[in-house]
Design a protein around this ligand. Structure first.
Ligand code: ADP
Ligand code: MG
Length: 208
């Protein structure tokens, strides 16, 4: 039997589930765009990788209901590692797992920013990567900075979309796109775009 939850905990859990659903659906809804971006500088599977993993997360939502936020994020991270595949699966999986490890049940903005910072460091370690290499990190890090400085949701969303677009002139130094050398210049990084879509959907859901 499910443990009884306080009304406020139930409401928080429902909001978290709505955020997860909205974020997953936003990226699934852009499968073709992500495929096209990855066709330009990778192997064309980013859209389908994300769709496969996120559909598995959506199918899991009933089991996630009522779990503490940290446990929910860890379960999502495991699912992403198992189902997304490619380079992005372990990296997004690490991001969610580490967010879960550092996330208290009812996080303050400061808690969120700290957990996000720790998760970004874990992605860097896992990917042996850093900023300005044309990856998802080029969106995640500036979004974390905005969150930490107290920016409002609208500004955080705008920063995510701007930062993804700003990967266009960068030469890829990590991932498959790096094999193209200078020819990777002039295209938005697919993982940066999927990260921006996640952030935008989360902001929209919290705003609504
Ligand atoms: P694959 O490159 O194995 O086909 P995907 O196409 O699903 O995997 O994901 C590609 C995205 O993963 C890239 O656009 C980039 O944002 C991200 N990525 C790849 N390698 C790294 C890395 N070492 N560190 C951070 N992000 C990376
Ligand atoms: Mg790919």
């Amino acid at each position: 039997m499910e443990p009884a939850l306080h009304t406020s905990e139930r409401a928080e859990s429902d909001l978290t589930l709505r955020i997860v659903r909205a974020a997953a659906e936003a990226v699934i809804g852009h499968t073709d765009e992500l495929t096209a971006l990855d066709q330009a500088i990778g192997d064309g599977d980013h859209g389908i990788n994300m769709k496969r993993g996120l559909e598995a997360v959506l199918a899991d939502l009933p089991q996630l209901r009522g779990k503490p936020l940290g446990e929910m994020l860890k379960a999502i991270g495991m699912k992403l590692v198992m189902k997304v595949g490619g380079a992005s699966g372990p990296l997004y999986g690490t991001l969610a797992l580490e967010l879960g490890k550092h996330m208290p049940a009812s996080p303050s903005r400061g808690d969120l920013a700290a957990a996000f910072a720790a998760a970004i460091e874990a992605v860097k370690a896992r990917g042996k990567s850093d900023l300005a290499q044309k990856t998802m990190l080029d969106v995640l890090a500036p979004v974390q900075a905005k969150l930490a400085e107290g920016a409002d949701l609208c500004a955080i969303k705008a920063e995510a979309l701007r930062a993804a677009e700003a990967t266009r002139p960068i030469q890829a130094l990590r991932g498959r796109a790096s094999f193209l050398g200078e020819r990777s210049i002039g295209h938005v990084d697919p993982g940066a775009r999927s990260a921006a879509l996640f952030v935008a959907a989360i902001c929209d859901t919290l705003e609504g």
